[in-house]
Design a protein around this ligand. Structure first.
Ligand SMILES: N[C@@H](CCC(=O)N[C@@H](CS)C(=O)NCC(=O)O)C(=O)O
Length: 336
């Protein structure tokens, strides 16, 4: 064996040893939604939230707490879009082996899945604000609207018709493409080694290679954007009808968890520059509703205050690209 091949074999053995050791510390698995009373995690505050500035589901929980007026200890966890896979760190996997945010920790017990967390928070936070109607029929209607806006399952894009939340990843593709260019490939590759859902880092690698410019050439990505747009439009039509009948909020006079859940979807349409195409004159009730949401102090506390520079840069790049490249604009944002 030559010295060179010996060195290569040794380096390979060290890398494999490192990977196997790391993997044993970074085991991921699915977790059941809701509270886990059997799990006790170290904590200092009654409520601790593991969240990310950009994450749709984290925004939902932050807005819920802001509406309730209840304080929590915040732990920011990076996603690859905001810099690195903080969700794959050993420390975070001890909080959530599923490697996703948000997680609420209440008196040491984790609560998983944002739509479960907001219901749990509304019930357990000591607040005089009622985000769930007393009337069981209204509460059931609220639950339907929360469901219709939740990010459901590990592959939400498979069920676009079920929820507007599931249409969000597809409509965020341009923003992902605009943001991921700043992230070193090696950091994305960490996801390929340890992520429970390897398709996600793979998609980011492809988007990084393509950039915004070549996004229109990625046929499966464009098909997803189109399908997500089509279904989002339908979900927004349903919201338009509901708001026209009730309003000013989804259930009428009371601002509820349904509004918390929809607020973050509309905020993502803003971030990914879909407002002109999906809101406006053709959905006047949703547009006015969105304006009312933005005037709430909870919107500022949960969204504006946490605006991440990487997201702002991404949105600005999309806007600039659409202006400077009509073919890109027509292919990605044109009539679907
Ligand atoms: N259904 C879950 C979705 C959790 C989820 O997918 N969170 C995203 C951010 S919104 C995440 O942590 N992604 C990190 C990754 O997949 O690497 C919920 O509603 O909490």
């Amino acid at each position: 064996m030559s010295a060179l091949s010996f060195a290569a074999a040794s380096a390979g053995a060290v890398a494999l040893g490192w990977f196997l050791r790391e993997r044993s510390f970074r085991r991921t698995r699915v977790v059941a939604p809701g509270v886990r009373k059997d799990v006790d995690l170290p904590h200092e505050g009654e409520f601790e939230l593991y969240h990310n500035a950009f994450s749709l589901c984290s925004k939902k929980v932050r807005m819920c707490f802001a509406e309730l007026g209840v304080a929590y200890r915040a732990h920011h966890v990076d996603l690859i879009e905001t810099g690195r896979y903080g969700t794959l760190s050993r420390a975070f996997l001890a909080i959530n082996p599923a490697a996703v945010v948000p997680v609420l920790v209440h008196r040491g017990h984790p609560v998983y899945e944002s739509h479960e967390i907001i219901v749990y928070a509304a019930e357990h936070a000591h607040s005089r604000v009622e985000l769930v109607p007393d009337d069981p029929v209204a509460a059931a209607r609220m639950a339907d609207w929360v469901h219709k806006s939740s990010l459901l399952g590990d592959r939400p894009v498979d069920d676009l018709q079920v929820s507007a939340g599931n249409c969000v990843p597809g409509l965020t593709l341009p923003l992902f493409a605009a943001m991921i260019g700043d992230i070193p490939t090696v950091r994305i590759a960490e996801g390929l080694l340890f992520h429970r859902l390897r398709t996600r880092p793979l998609v980011f690698l492809v988007l990084k290679a393509a950039g915004l410019t070549r996004l229109p050439a990625l046929r499966p990505a464009m098909a997803l954007v189109r399908a997500s747009h089509r279904w989002m439009a339908r979900h927004l039509d349903d919201l338009e009808t509901e708001l026209a009948q009730y309003g000013p909020w989804i259930l009428g006079a009371q601002f509820t968890l349904a509004d918390v859940s929809w607020a973050v979807i509309l905020d993502r349409l803003r971030e990914a520059d879909w407002e002109a195409s999906l809101l406006g004159e053709h959905r006047p009730h949703v547009t006015r509703y969105w304006n009312r949401i933005r005037e709430r102090p909870s919107y500022r506390a949960a969204m504006t205050k946490y605006e991440h520079p990487a997201v702002r840069r991404g949105t600005e790049r999309i806007i600039a690209k659409r202006r400077s490249d009509p073919a890109f604009d027509a292919a990605v944002y044109g009539s679907h």
